[in-house]
Design a protein around this ligand. Structure first.
Ligand code: AHR
Length: 502
């Protein structure tokens, strides 16, 4: 059989940029069973003395998540952070209007910071710009980051936390362009409050970095104009503009579904252009970078969520059970982000546990890995160092919404310090394997370590508790000879080809 062929050239000097490890961030919102029943289940046999599930901690550590966004999401736009600190018996129960549930406030800022430490992650803290504003935001920065000698820093100390957390990254609200948001705003309204809040938060702690809300997704009617207006107001006070995007295979058209990362690519390019337009307009020396602080597949659970009774405590919301094709798209999205790390400095897989998540838990039972766990773990583990800019030629196809979609979606990361080179590749072809030839001409002395493959005959295959139906193997057939890697990239597969200098 005449196989389709793709070629790739990798040069050490063809660099996109050093990768900011925060692109392997994730997200825990007070939503569904993410916090209660996810990271925290005090009665569980594997819970530690604070109620945190040790099996979940281990899986999060295996994913190597360096940053976790918290506490929302839509939730943050109605959240009083003061409800979640101090003695538990005094914490109020509140109606969470974002998700129509009851929030017990059993977990709040200090407990979450404690958990983040256990998983070796920094926190990307969001402030409420829906129902609250400048005052609550500056007080929270003071509570978290000021050493002592002021009302809120001393309050933190009185809550048993002597040292400040020094939280570096902060989000100025969440999806404020969305009519579903508590306290939804026009771009002008949000731009003004984000600017004033940013200014004052940095007066409390000048070392922090701030993320302004971009559009909730690329299809929002206000997209582009929103970013331009918000950055016009906030440019000199913020450091990042956010992007959010979720995809789904609603039409059951896999060729088109897997091409959606091209839209993500276009979205990233567009936001860079808008940020640079404002830079030019302001004749500013400063460059605004990107925080893709919500991205994933989200659609499987939409119908089930409509049946949930309001005001329950931690009901099973947004519990997408991911299948094999979802893992392939997540792989394509990761590769897409790696192509833009010169401007993309933060990204958060939304979310981390139970809620549209790579990790699921059973109540009183096991934790298990969804299909999407694997591409994320591989990228986070092997995708540290310098993102390279490969020259790729691949056969292409057209789908319902996209033209010229490469069958081969690929990129590579060079870890100078560890002397490792890793190629990430997805074959989008439904029918055939792809014969890939990759020239690594100036990586002298490098040898093949392993060729990991995630593949499955059934694109709809999911995992479940104690059922790892979709899991990677290391039997890929890549070989390296005279500086050329040849590998068969199986039809519909995620591949990690690892090399190291011996
Ligand atoms: O991640 C789930 C929700 O998606 C978040 O709360 C919101 O920001 C987005 O719409």
């Amino acid at each position: 059989m005449n196989m389709k062929k793709a070629k790739m050239i990798l040069e050490k000097d063809f660099k996109v940029s050093e990768i900011d490890e925060r692109i392997y961030g994730s997200f825990i919102e007070h939503l569904g069973r993410a916090v209660y029943g996810g990271i925290y289940e005090p009665g569980h046999q594997l819970a530690d003395e604070n109620g945190f599930r040790k099996d979940v901690i281990e899986m999060v550590k295996e994913l190597g998540v360096p940053l976790v966004r918290y506490p929302g999401g839509n939730f943050v736009s109605g959240y009083n952070w003061e409800d979640g600190v101090g003695p538990r018996e005094h914490r109020p129960r509140r109606l969470d209007l974002a998700w129509r549930t009851t929030e017990t406030n059993e977990i709040g800022t200090n407990e979450f910071m404690q958990w983040a430490k256990l998983v070796n992650a920094e926190v990307n803290m969001a402030v409420n710009l829906g129902t609250r504003g400048i005052d609550a935001a500056r007080n929270l920065v003071e509570y978290c980051n000021h050493p002592s000698g002021s009302y809120y820093s001393d309050l933190r100390i009185s809550h048993g936390v002597k040292e400040p957390y020094n939280i570096k990254t902060w989000c100025l609200g969440n999806e404020m362009d969305g009519p579903w948001q508590i306290g939804h705003k026009t771009a002008e309204e949000y731009g003004r409050i984000a600017c004033e809040t940013a200014k004052v938060m940095k007066w409390v702690d000048p070392t922090i970095e701030l993320v302004a809300c971009g559009s909730s997704n690329r299809s929002m009617p206000t997209f582009a104009e929103w970013e331009a207006t918000v950055l016009d107001h906030t440019y000199e006070h913020v450091d990042y503009i956010s992007l959010h995007q979720y995809y789904g295979n609603r039409d059951n058209d896999i060729a088109n579904y897997l091409a959606q990362s091209l839209e993500m690519d276009d979205f990233i390019r567009s936001v860079i252009s808008i940020a640079d337009y404002i830079k030019a307009k302001k004749r500013s020396k400063k460059t605004i970078n990107l925080s893709f602080d919500e991205w994933n597949v989200w659609y499987h659970s939409n119908e089930a969520d409509k049946l949930i009774e309001p005001w329950a405590i931690a009901p099973p919301q947004l519990e997408d059970h991911y299948n094999f094709e979802d893992a392939l798209l997540v792989g394509c999205m990761l590769i897409t982000m790696l192509k833009h790390v010169d401007r993309l400095k933060i990204a958060c897989l939304a979310q981390l546990v139970n809620v549209i998540a790579p990790i699921m838990t059973e109540e009183n039972g096991v934790a298990w890995k969804q299909t999407i766990y694997y591409p994320f773990m591989h990228a986070s583990k092997y995708g540290r160092g310098i993102a390279l800019n490969p020259i790729i030629s691949s056969p292409k196809y057209d789908s319902k919404d996209f033209t010229d979609v490469s069958y081969l979606e690929s990129t590579a990361v060079y870890n100078e310090e560890k002397e490792e080179l890793t190629i990430f590749a997805v074959n989008r072809d439904l029918e055939e394997a792809l014969q890939m030839e990759c020239n690594i001409r100036n990586f002298d002395g490098y040898q093949l370590v392993e060729h990991i493959v995630l593949e499955n005959e059934n694109v709809k295959q999911t995992n479940a508790a104690k059922k790892a139906n979709v899991a990677p193997h290391s039997n890929g057939n890549a070989v390296l000879e005279n500086g050329i890697i040849t590998a068969q990239i199986p039809k519909l597969s995620w591949n990690v080809i690892r090399l190291a200098k011996r």
